[in-house]
Design a protein. Structure first.
Length: 315
């Protein structure tokens, strides 16, 4: 379908109120994120927010923990990695989205603030995220989490990191994940897919920006590594079931669709939904786009279902 009228209104609004130079500096792009926080909508009042710190191989890192006010003992958990092209953003940018998912699902949500490229290219952000998962698993009892009901998730670049973390968890058996939740994830470095061509400009995230983000995050010499580019994975033994949400008008639409097809071919349980009329990043457009709430509600239902029925494939 055509781009949703609310999405078009959002794009028109930010073009006036949040303009960036044609070629913004890295610092300008990072500062610009703060101006987008209100567009996500209100934070849930049914959730408490805590802060924690853990150690990765190269740094002490910050995590934001969202807990339902009526949280039950041994709650399921979502370890979340935010988007931002691996180069900007932070967990509290996602406070509205993650607090709503937390409240709707009853899950404890732990958002990891990993180090960013280009100062810290691959594998540092990936290593940070994996360390975050291990920290949650090791401290599950203290956090009030059922260690058998931990999943990972992320959007865009964070979806890349979540997919990669799920692959390593399957390879090492360090943590048996209950699910992986991938929201319009960056999975491949093929910039000639139909969705890249059809949405190269004019839909928020553009093709040039995505190529630039990949160049800052992963040197070409590392692009055969499946933990950098999950599309390079050829085996999926023990991989967690996947929940994949896509936006119709997004350069990354085919990344997610192709990965879903590869996982299904390998026998992994996949739940895939494409949201018509939506663009990249709409998870955080709740102030202006009703589809953000539809996505949050759908994701909440899917992760609840995943931990309720347990692993059915990829075991």
């Amino acid at each position: 379908m055509a781009i949703h009228p609310q999405v078009q209104a959002y794009l028109d609004y930010i073009s006036i109120h949040n303009p960036l130079p044609e070629k913004p500096t890295l610092q300008q792009s990072r500062e610009d994120v703060y101006g987008y926080i209100p567009y996500a909508g209100p934070q849930s009042q049914e959730v408490d927010v805590e802060h924690a710190y853990f150690t990765s191989p190269t740094a002490d890192l910050h995590a934001v923990i969202f807990k339902p006010k009526n949280v039950k003992p041994n709650a399921p958990a979502l370890v979340y990695f935010h988007g931002g092209g691996w180069i900007f953003s932070f967990p509290l940018r996602y406070a509205a989205s993650l607090s709503n998912i937390c409240a709707e699902s009853g899950f404890i949500v732990i958002a990891v603030n990993y180090q960013k490229a280009p100062e810290h290219p691959f594998p540092t952000p990936f290593d940070d995220c994996y360390a975050g998962l291990l920290w949650v698993a090791a401290h599950a009892a203290r956090l009030g989490i059922d260690p058998k009901k931990i999943g990972v998730g992320g959007d865009s670049a964070g979806g890349n990191l979540a997919a990669a973390v799920a692959l390593k968890a399957a390879d090492t058996a360090d943590v048996e994940l209950a699910y992986q939740m991938l929201i319009y994830p960056c999975i491949d470095t093929d910039f000639e897919t139909e969705s890249y061509k059809a949405h190269a400009t004019g839909f928020g995230l553009d093709r040039t920006g995505m190529i630039g983000a990949w160049d800052l995050y992963v040197p070409k010499v590392d692009r055969a590594n499946k933990y950098a580019v999950p599309a390079r994975a050829t085996t999926f033994t023990n991989l967690a079931p996947a929940i994949i949400a896509l936006a119709e008008h997004d350069v990354l639409r085919d990344d997610g669709a192709n990965y879903a097809a590869a996982l299904e071919k390998a026998g992994i349980d996949v739940t895939l939904k494409q949201f018509p009329g939506m663009i990249h990043g709409f998870l955080n457009h709740g102030q202006m786009v009703d589809g953000a709430y539809e996505l949050r509600t759908w994701l909440s239902a899917q992760i609840v279902d995943a931990v309720t029925r347990g692993r059915r494939a990829g075991e």
